[in-house]
Design a protein. Structure first.
Length: 230
């Protein structure tokens, strides 16, 4: 292996570790020929008197944020849920999918409002799906007076607190917006109390069925309420 000579007086090229054979200063060199051409290595500064070399270990790749500045894996993200198993569960899921599909055909207006008849159908579906319970407090509620409430906004980011108490930006999500998965019925007082709380664990009560409410850029999903282990 033939190498390019580097002046050992160059502080950036020299290493504090002495030559393992003669104890002289080791300097950084670049192989010019052979299988290692272009690779750097530590060589003895007394070359060709001493031909000792030490390979330079490549640094371990560090986990880096995504291009948009988000964490590689958000602690609240999870792979999409598996389809239901069993003939009966698949049939129920298919019927529910048809019901949801028909309801989602009618988009609300610019103020996120449906006409009165369609709003009644949406409320009825959500009320039955969630066991006649408020999605925010988990308490029983009557259909009369119930409000349709979005679980998550259109686009948002999860922020985490570091050990030093600083807010660190997490994963960006895009919600399914007016899809039935991102809607729940709620008491008026609960909806008002929720407001714009940043803690997503308070956006749906832990006793409620889990919903795929948003998706990340890496095809992972956000399901609320989160699993208890989170």
């Amino acid at each position: 292996m033939t190498s390019k000579r580097i002046d050992p007086s160059d502080n950036e090229a020299a290493t504090e570790s002495p030559c393992p054979k003669c104890g002289s200063v080791m300097v950084r060199r670049v192989a010019k020929r052979g299988d290692n051409a272009g690779n750097e290595f530590w060589g003895c500064s007394t070359f060709p008197k001493c031909r000792s070399i030490v390979q330079i270990a490549e640094p371990e790749p560090e986990a880096s944020p995504d291009a948009d500045g988000t964490d590689p894996v958000c602690p609240f993200s999870s792979p999409p849920p598996d389809p239901p198993k069993g003939l009966l569960k698949r049939a129920v899921s298919a019927m529910d999918g048809i019901w949801r599909f028909n309801l989602e055909l009618d988009e609300p207006d610019a103020n996120d409002r449906w006409d009165r008849e369609h709003r009644r159908k949406v409320l009825n579906y959500l009320h039955i799906r969630d066991g006649e319970r408020c999605g925010l407090c988990g308490g029983k509620m009557k259909l009369k007076g119930a409000q349709v409430e979005h679980v998550v906004p259109k686009r948002f980011a999860v922020f985490e607190l570091t050990a030093e108490g600083e807010a660190r930006q997490g994963t960006y999500y895009t919600s399914v917006l007016h899809g039935m998965e991102n809607l729940q019925v709620a008491h008026q007082r609960c909806n008002k109390f929720k407001g714009n709380k940043p803690d997503i664990r308070e956006w749906r009560h832990p006793s409620m069925p889990r919903l795929v409410v948003a998706k990340a850029q890496d095809d992972r999903v956000l399901m609320l309420p989160p699993q208890e282990s989170v």
